[in-house]
Design a protein around this ligand. Structure first.
Ligand code: ATP
Length: 249
């Protein structure tokens, strides 16, 4: 998934919240997003999730299934927790929500109306509805806010699992709750600019493999450019001279 020169402002003549952000997200990435209050974290997360459209630039190759857990789960809905999650599961094509509810210790909450939930409990409902569909892109807005100690400990493992299945996880987080995850990427928004810090924990050494790809010679330059843009070492080994140079004489 890529962000290409993404800019955003809420209204004409208002200042840009986000200015020409470029970024690349790969399968398995976990990214924490920081910034002062009002920096634009929630705005960027909504853009990533596809809930808002960029004012300028483009977001490409977004995974098909997106899970979005908002910072404030909307509880003004006339359902119990079970009725709401069952409904969301059917909307999501029969997704399984109960294992996630168990992991977040929600057994005692299932019969309660959404409107009677505490802030942290409502937050858990938002997390379960985001997780249930096995998202290729999981967006978490302040996921640790208001969570009890058990759920706080569970969440980094959940993020790692989603990433381990090839999902991308992006979480705004003031509290450093994901800091111990190996390979965690750190983004921040400063004065509307998206910046990436050097990795907090070194990425473990991974074995590399070399493959051969055969393709039409005229597609080679584009292929190499794409592979390199995705961070792979790509090198031409055996290519005809294309376009053919003129024979001397
Ligand atoms: N619907 C909206 N219409 C107009 N301006 C908005 C809207 N939502 C947010 N803003 C403004 O956009 C800016 C960025 O807001 P955003 O909620 O993205 O910041 P944030 O970094 O998530 O903040 P916080 O840490 O307080 O949650 C703020 O100045 C905010 O007032």
């Amino acid at each position: 998934m890529r962000l290409l020169q993404v800019s955003f402002r809420y209204r004409r003549r208002q200042p840009f919240i986000l200015k020409e952000a470029d970024a690349q997200l790969a399968a398995g990435d976990v990214i924490e997003l920081t910034g002062v209050n009002g920096a634009g974290k929630s705005t960027l997360l909504r853009l990533l999730a596809g809930l808002a459209a960029p004012t300028g630039g483009r977001i490409t190759d977004r995974p098909a299934v997106v899970g979005f857990a908002p910072d404030r789960f909307p509880t003004a809905q006339p359902f119990t927790v079970t009725a709401y999650l069952t409904h969301m599961a059917s909307v999501r094509g029969g997704a399984r929500w109960r294992p996630w509810a168990e992991r977040l210790n929600m057994g005692h909450l299932l019969g309660l109306p959404l409107g009677e939930l505490s802030k942290g409990s409502a937050h858990k409902v938002g997390l379960v509805q985001a997780l249930m569909a096995d998202p290729g892109l999981l967006i978490l807005d302040e996921p640790f806010a208001g969570l009890d100690a058990d759920a706080r400990e569970t969440l980094p493992a959940v993020a790692a699992e989603v990433a381990g299945r090839g999902g991308i996880v992006v979480a705004s987080d003031h509290q450093g709750g994901l800091r111990d995850l190996p390979g965690l990427r750190s983004w921040s928004i400063v004065d509307g600019h998206l910046k990436e810090a050097a990795p907090a924990t070194p990425v473990p050494e991974r074995a590399s493999a070399t493959v051969a790809v055969t393709l039409p010679a005229d597609e080679l330059p584009l292929f190499l450019t794409r592979m390199r843009a995705q961070g792979y070492r790509a090198q031409e080994i055996d290519a005809p001279d294309f376009p053919p140079s003129e024979e001397p004489g």
